[in-house]
Design a protein around this ligand. Structure first.
Ligand SMILES: Nc1ncnc2c1ncn2[C@@H]1O[C@H](COP(=O)(O)OP(=O)(O)OP(=O)(O)O)[C@@H](O)[C@H]1O
Length: 229
């Protein structure tokens, strides 16, 4: 574990409920989250408990009914800057009219002055490196509908990490992957943490939790540390 102790992501007193004809669905009830720079943390809970809702609030895509979210000590912006926070949602959110390479490069084009590629990396080189790392060689010029869902999922992860966000949130990033691809994704998540990013991954998969520094449990709208074995 390479956590520096410096808090990268902090959610405090988070409440969120959704209106429904059958009555309000109260999903977050005072949730507290703190992830340090350099940490790879996973989040587990039964289906429907609110993992996706929590990630959306933590990255500024959704507004909590109460509570605050800070990234590197500053209130999260809505929408967040790519450099501050990137999300791999379950729906992936790839732009269908762009190729995989164009999708992956998008954060660099949208925030060119805000990025932190190593000096020797051009955007094209950074995209090529991620395609190779995630076993997507040869698919750069294909459109999302021309590749498998698992390949789309890896491309969406590449897009999420390319601008080296301080905070990376991923919702079930191995859900559609086989035994060859899932370790590639876990290695990339670990590398992002080792580079100083704060990584939070919602998952139902035991191998993902085993790869993490620690695991959080969302239960009854609150977040606890998972019991250690
Ligand atoms: N817009 C909405 N309106 C009403 N209810 C909602 C809305 N969004 C989510 N919910 C409800 O909030 C709860 C939490 O949903 P969420 O998608 O966060 O769960 P999850 O833990 O990510 O589930 P899964 O593991 O199946 O992805 C669910 O009961 C869901 O039905």
């Amino acid at each position: 574990m390479s956590a520096t102790g410096e808090t990268a992501l902090r959610g405090q007193g988070l409440y969120r409920s959704f209106q429904h004809p059958a009555g309000p669905v109260s999903v977050l009830r005072g949730a507290e989250v703190r992830i340090a720079a350099g940490e790879f943390v996973t989040l587990t809970a039964p289906s429907g408990a609110g993992k996706s809702a929590l990630l959306a609030v933590l990255c500024g895509f959704d507004q909590p009914d109460a509570g605050t979210v800070e990234i590197a000590g500053r209130p999260v912006t809505r929408p967040p800057a790519w450099r501050d926070c990137a999300v791999l949602p379950q729906s992936l959110g790839l732009a269908q009219e762009l190729t995989l390479a164009e999708n992956i490069a998008l954060p660099l084009r949208l925030a060119p002055r805000d990025r932190s590629l190593p000096d020797q990396d051009t955007p094209d080189a950074a995209v090529a490196a991620l395609l190779a790392e995630l076993d997507l060689d040869g698919l750069a010029d294909r459109y999302p509908h021309e590749v498998s869902y698992g390949q789309q999922q890896r491309a969406a992860l590449a897009r999420a990490v390319i601008a080296r966000p301080r905070v990376l949130l991923a919702d079930e990033p191995t859900a559609h992957l086989d035994q060859r691809s899932a370790p590639l994704v876990l290695a990339l998540l670990r590398r992002r943490a080792d580079q100083g990013g704060a990584v939070l991954v919602a998952s139902h998969h035991e191998e993902v939790h085993q790869a993490a520094d620690r695991t959080l449990v969302l239960d009854q709208g609150r977040v606890h540390d998972a019991p250690t074995a």
